[in-house]
Design a protein around this ligand. Structure first.
Ligand SMILES: [Fe+2]
Length: 454
């Protein structure tokens, strides 16, 4: 079992380590100089049965640090160590009274006080089965779940793992135990993209997500930001579900609900230019791109005066499915087969990228009521001069729907990999004007431009 001691005085490290060796030899003591280092240890080297904070620590407020630890790793004993004066001045009574096991160890140390407080914490940890938390697992038994799914819940009936190595995983969320969103944020900030679930749990969690997003989208009189947030969550679920499982009735129903919601919000909005500012475009990931693309498609159709429901549905579904087969989101930075960046990916990922328009088109054929959407999706990366992929066709072979979709999705993807400022929008439009202002693209480009330039 491990214990963590946060203290900026290394002499105290030695003293405490001797006390542990004398009284609890099985406990491995890890020491951290400050809160930042402590959170690194807690995130990656856990589980820690006990967290101890030196009350005289200079760079952190011990009470705030205690709260931050609890927010990050969930409920566990926090022990404050220090002289009576420092404990009185710097430790918030409420914090250590909140948990029955939280305690205080006074310095100079008293052996009985030390054994009593540490002993109680270790008993608590044993009950919580902390030792089971790092596990050797066969990765074929697990599926990666995008980390942002976990913001949708506060408690899940599944064990959730973080990947440490190819075979070692640490359980960071226990089934049916509440977790905090700041805990998820801590991992997200460290660029962790996926957490892992057992295969059955993965499917159950997506199904639960479908239910929740559906309920939220069906609620009346919500703000645009709420609907848009739920549409993005829905797009994320659709993409993951399709990659892991395929197309189901539930997924078809969710796609059509998201498409209807886009249309409803777009029509309700008097000035749709403001709508684009409401779209939460924080990560620029495939889910956010899908929803933003679908709104630009609506704007293009509106500006072209096309009123057909089928056009709207077709471009809506194309937006949701376009990149659904890509597992590595960094592939969005690749421009095409000639882009040298493509070489930075594995052979499998390169193949995945070059075939994704065709694979996504195959998936679209399972959907009823969106005729010829597969052509639009297959042509998503074609260019007017024939330098696109996978077919390399020129503008005269592209339908008006394909042209509208190519422009909306290319615009959104370039915006996603930019700094995402209003100036970037104008710069990307200028690029598109230079590359796409021919044939069927001409009118569509004007319609896109009208929705962006104020
Ligand atoms: Fe794509």
């Amino acid at each position: 079992m491990k214990a963590l001691f946060i203290c900026d005085n290394k002499e105290e490290w030695t003293k405490l380590s001797q006390l542990f060796m004398g009284n609890f030899p099985k406990v491995e003591l890890i020491c951290a100089l400050n809160g930042h280092d402590a959170l690194e240890h807690l995130s990656y080297e856990g589980p820690f049965a006990i967290v101890m904070i030196e009350a005289s620590i200079k760079d952190d407020d011990p009470s705030l640090l205690g709260k931050e630890v609890l927010d990050t790793v969930g409920e566990r004993p926090i022990i404050f160590i220090g002289t009576k004066a420092f404990i009185k001045d710097r430790v918030d009574d409420d914090l250590y009274n909140n948990h029955p096991i939280n305690g205080i160890i006074y310095n100079p140390y008293d052996a009985e006080n030390f054994k009593d407080v540490i002993g109680q914490s270790l008993d608590w940890a044993k009950q919580e089965e902390f030792e089971e938390s790092i596990e050797e697992m066969d990765r074929d038994d697990l599926l990666p779940m995008r980390i942002r799914n976990f913001y949708m819940f506060k408690i899940v009936p599944y064990d959730v793992y973080l990947e440490l190595t190819q075979t070692k995983f640490i359980k960071i969320i226990k089934r049916n135990r509440p977790y905090t969103h700041s805990k998820i944020q801590t991992y997200a900030k460290k660029n962790i993209k996926n957490l892992y679930l057992g295969k059955n749990d993965f499917i159950l969690m997506l199904e639960e997500g479908i239910k929740k997003v559906t309920e939220n989208l069906l609620q009346k009189n919500q703000s645009n930001v709420k609907y848009l947030g739920n549409q993005i969550r829905g797009a994320l679920i659709i993409q993951q579900y399709i990659r892991a499982i395929g197309v189901s009735d539930d997924i078809q129903a969710l796609c059509s609900l998201i498409i209807e919601t886009t249309d409803r919000i777009f029509r309700k909005q008097g000035n749709y230019k403001n709508l684009f500012d409401d779209i939460p475009f924080k990560n620029g990931d495939f889910a956010e791109q899908a929803i933003m693309t679908s709104y630009y498609c609506e704007a293009i159709l509106h500006n072209l005066g096309w009123k057909s429901d089928l056009s709207r549905k077709k471009l809506g579904l194309a937006s949701l499915l376009q990149d659904s087969t890509l597992s590595n989101e960094d592939l969005m930075k690749v421009d095409g087969p000639q882009d040298p960046n493509l070489q930075m990916f594995t052979k499998d990922e390169q193949d995945e990228f070059l075939t994704h328009p065709i694979k996504a088109a195959e998936i679209a054929r399972h959907f009823q009521g969106y005729s010829e959407v597969d052509f639009v999706i297959a042509q998503q990366h074609e260019r007017p001069d024939g330098t696109g992929f996978p077919f390399g066709v020129t503008v005269n072979k592209l339908s008006a729907h394909s042209c509208a979709f190519i422009l909306a999705s290319t615009f959104v993807c370039r915006f996603a990999i930019s700094k995402r400022t209003p100036e970037d929008k104008i710069r990307i439009l200028d690029q598109l004007r230079f590359e796409y202002n021919v044939g069927n693209f001409k009118e569509t480009l004007q319609a896109l431009e009208k929705s962006i330039r104020v």
